[in-house]
Design a protein around this ligand. Structure first.
Ligand code: SRM
Ligand code: SF4
Length: 571
């Protein structure tokens, strides 16, 4: 899949960024305006770089318009939590902040291992971010045309390689963080000091990147971060020196992956990253910095729909990326090492790590934590201060670093509050939905609020055919942007219009093959009818241990995508 070279004038967002005085714009003045719950259009673009999105409640939009009222504006705040790790104290602080300062009051775990507050009124933004700062947390660069939250396979205690991988994720996050003090001035009240006018951004410059940029560190055999979907994935290779210590030898580097598409944009495509070689552990942050700089210099700044790094790599080639990177970094990459993948999620329930400590993974359906049993249990556990909290790349929550002596205490709280890694089916366990309605401005269909119901119906279909114990990844989004990584789901459902979805099929269970477009504009009956014959064949004809996506490809029920058109409905 290839694309044309960029032509045309810079997009309007490029001007907003370069005239923003390193992300200040008029944000502070907009916050002081009490007449509107919103900020100006250009500031709405800039606050994203501070981890904040202006939204409105779409459930109320029509009703308010009828009454000639401004939309019900509020803000979504997304934190920066590299590798998703939080202390008990931080968890407690975030839990209270959600309850007190955001109208929806929920905590929302995201597909990139961080946490979102939905529905914060403008006047609560500063108090919320100050609470975060007091607890050593921030939302810098959680959104915007910069490097986003760096993901990492959970959890640091699982093995020496996991521990080193987490350190690398933190190092990359810190190295690629914008240097502007705007966040500290606007949200935390820092005064601009003399000499502040000489501020600069050594990596990003005045215009920052052409588009968002995403990095993950993966630890095989679990591809929970969906390594092939990232702008850069560092795939940990553990030492095979016979000591059995599983220490980190270095990283295979995948680059140029990305999933976003848009309604009606037939030139858009999801893309898997290319493997360009292997680097040593201490070179990873340098590699990340230089690849981001390549995207800064060669990415398309005229058309935001083609501005992601995946399109730059599709246009210039992975060999170009490797050789430019080597030239700029001043070292050569080694040949990639062999790695083996088996699954894409962390098993639910109790596990013991190489450090002898316990972890407990809880299923959080589509990442939303409402008030009630689970929320109360988590608060009670956090108050004991005997474990850390880790958000997984599948929107679940792991309690980690639990000593032998504390395990029974935690288990008792979970059981009393009815919040243990409960009896979810493997189908539900492997499902994921993006936020969509009512907060996402881009949603054209329900996702988080609808998938649980659809999964219930699919569970019956699976059970009828003796497939109740078979894990199939099901991912749903409310539009083609791909926030729950649907094109890597063995069953991908992508919102088209209210109640209607496009069906994607044929991705691999381990996430190294994309799905292709299979059927369009399906309502629930259409989805279930399209899947029924495929599940019949799967139940009757699969090889032992064969996953659904692999079966569909082997049995020629679907052809893996080869051309851009394979991701779109036929014309
Ligand atoms: Fe996303 C835009 C939510 C992960 C691709 N995404 C949005 C916005 C901010 C809508 C907007 O632009 O106004 C959504 C806010 C909804 C809300 O109300 O909370 C949104 N994206 C999410 C989250 C919360 C989904 C979730 O259910 O967890 C995820 C937050 C991640 C994080 O913590 O940083 C989320 N988004 C992703 C992913 C998956 C990933 O990164 O692993 C993707 C696909 C991978 C990729 O980027 O290629 C993704 N989001 C997009 C895109 C399409 C980008 C593109 O290349 O075209 C958009 C739209 C855009 O950027 O213009 C988007
Ligand atoms: Fe919103 Fe679309 Fe992302 Fe879902 S996939 S959160 S609907 S942008």
């Amino acid at each position: 899949m290839s694309i044309d070279s960029p032509k045309g004038a810079p997009s309007p967002v490029e001007r907003i960024k370069s005239e923003s005085d390193y992300l200040r714009g008029g944000i502070a003045e907009g916050l002081a305006d009490n007449l509107s719950g919103a900020v100006s259009e250009s500031d709405a673009a800039l606050i994203k770089f501070h981890g904040i999105y202006q939204q409105d409640d779409r459930d109320l939009r029509a009703q308010r318009a009828e009454r000639k009222l401004e939309p019900a504006h509020s803000f979504m705040i997304r934190l920066r939590i590299p590798g998703g790790l939080l202390s008990s104290r931080q968890w407690l602080a975030l839990d209270s902040a959600a309850a007190e300062l955001s109208e929806r009051g929920t905590l929302r775990l995201t597909t990139r291992q961080t946490l979102q507050f939905h529905g914060a009124p403008k006047e609560n933004l500063r108090p919320l971010l100050k609470t975060c700062a007091k607890n050593m947390l921030d939302s810098i660069a959680a959104c915007g045309d910069v490097n986003r939250n760096v993901m990492c396979s959970p959890h640091p205690g699982a093995s020496a390689a996991h521990f080193a991988a987490h350190k690398t994720a933190e190092e990359i996050s810190a190295r690629l963080l914008p240097k502007s003090r705007a966040y500290f001035e606007i949200w935390l009240g820092e005064k601009r000091i003399a000499g502040g006018e000489n501020e600069n951004e050594p990596l990003y410059g005045k215009q920052y990147l052409p588009r968002k940029f995403k990095i993950a560190v993966a630890v095989p055999p679990v591809n929970d971060v969906d390594a092939w979907s990232q702008d850069i994935a560092f795939v940990a290779v553990a030492n095979n020196d016979g000591n059995g210590d599983n220490a980190l030898a270095g990283f295979n580097i995948l680059t140029g992956g990305g999933l976003g598409m848009a309604q009606g944009d037939r030139g858009a495509f999801p893309r898997l990253g290319d493997c360009i070689g292997f680097c040593e552990p201490q070179q990873a942050a340098e590699v990340a910095w230089h690849i981001a700089a390549l995207q800064r210099d060669f990415g398309d700044r005229s058309d935001r729909r083609r501005a992601r790094w995946k399109y730059t790599v599709a246009r210039m080639g992975a060999d170009w990326a490797r050789s430019e990177l080597q030239k700029r970094a001043g070292f050569d990459l080694h040949p990639a090492r062999e790695v083996h993948w088996t699954r894409r999620n962390e098993p639910l329930g109790w596990q013991r790590g190489a450090d002898g400590k316990w972890s407990h993974t809880l299923f959080v359906e589509n990442g939303r934590i409402y008030s009630g049993g689970l929320r109360d249990a988590l608060r009670e556990i956090a108050a004991l201060s005997v474990c850390d909290f880790l958000i997984t790349p599948n929107q679940n929550l792991m309690l980690v670093n639990i000593a032998d002596s504390d395990r029974a205490r935690l288990a008792a709280v979970l059981s009393r509050r009815n919040a243990e890694a409960n009896e979810v089916t493997v189908l539900r366990e492997h499902s994921m939905a993006c936020v969509a309605l009512p907060s996402c401005p881009l949603a054209t269909a329900e996702s988080e609020r609808y998938l649980p119901e659809l999964i219930g119906k699919l569970e019956s279909e699976m059970e009828k055919r003796g497939l109740a114990k078979d894990a199939v990844t099901v991912r749903m989004t409310g539009c083609p942007n791909g926030c729950a990584r649907p094109y890597l789901g063995e069953i991908g459902l992508v919102g088209k219009s209210p109640g209607r979805y496009n069906l994607y099929l044929g991705a691999s269970f381990t996430g190294d093959r994309l799905s292709a477009f299979a059927a369009g504009n399906l309502d629930e009956t259409g989805i279930l009818s399209a899947l029924a014959p495929l599940l019949d064949s799967y139940a009757a004809e699969r090889n032992p241990g064969e996953h659904f996506g692999d079966f569909l490809v082997r049995a020629k029920k679907i052809r893996p995508p080869q051309r851009t058109e394979d991701f779109h409905p036929p014309l």
